[in-house]
Design a protein around this ligand. Structure first.
Ligand SMILES: Cc1cc2nc3c(=O)[nH]c(=O)nc-3n(C[C@H](O)[C@H](O)[C@H](O)COP(=O)(O)OP(=O)(O)OC[C@H]3O[C@@H](n4cnc5c(N)ncnc54)[C@H](O)[C@@H]3O)c2cc1C
Length: 109
């Protein structure tokens, strides 16, 4: 089972990798424990637990391709309005994250 950077979990759209590294490490441990308890294959269990994370990286990779597809697209993406929206999102998500369990955290930015 590969976790973090070794598993290619750096999210280039968000420009971060630590959150996915921590989450995948946590889910790998969970998969091993679950597999031992229920007599399952740990790698398969890990694959299932990681589906959401992998999907998110794939979606963000497409967003990144669109963002860098032209100068206009990049400029639109980094417009003051988008920056403001992003800032508000971080502000609100940060507060919500205080009450969420580790595996349900809203990833930022
Ligand atoms: C310059 C830079 C800036 C970054 N900024 C951010 C940021 O602002 N926010 C963010 O979220 N992410 C950032 N990242 C990405 C983030 O650092 C990584 O995604 C994250 O650290 C991955 O964690 P990891 O545990 O998978 O790997 P690592 O942190 O690389 O840990 C792997 C460890 O394994 C050790 N190791 C390797 N081979 C062996 C071996 N054979 N035996 C024993 N040990 C070994 C290494 O020495 C290392 O300590 C940045 C990365 C870089 C390079």
């Amino acid at each position: 089972m590969l976790v973090g950077d070794a598993a290619g979990l750096v999210d280039l759209y968000r420009g971060v990798g630590m959150d996915n590294a921590a989450l995948s490490g946590r889910l790998a441990v969970k998969a091993i424990t679950k597999a031992e308890e229920e007599g399952l294959e740990a790698a398969k269990t890990y694959e299932n637990l990681m589906k959401k994370v992998v999907r998110k990286i794939e979606v963000n990779a497409k967003r990144q391709m669109k963002r860098l597809s032209s100068n206009n697209e990049l400029e639109k993406n980094l417009s003051p309005l988008n920056m403001l929206k992003g800032g508000l999102h971080i502000l609100i998500a940060n507060q919500i994250n205080k009450i969420l369990p580790p595996e349900k955290l809203i990833f930022l930015p």
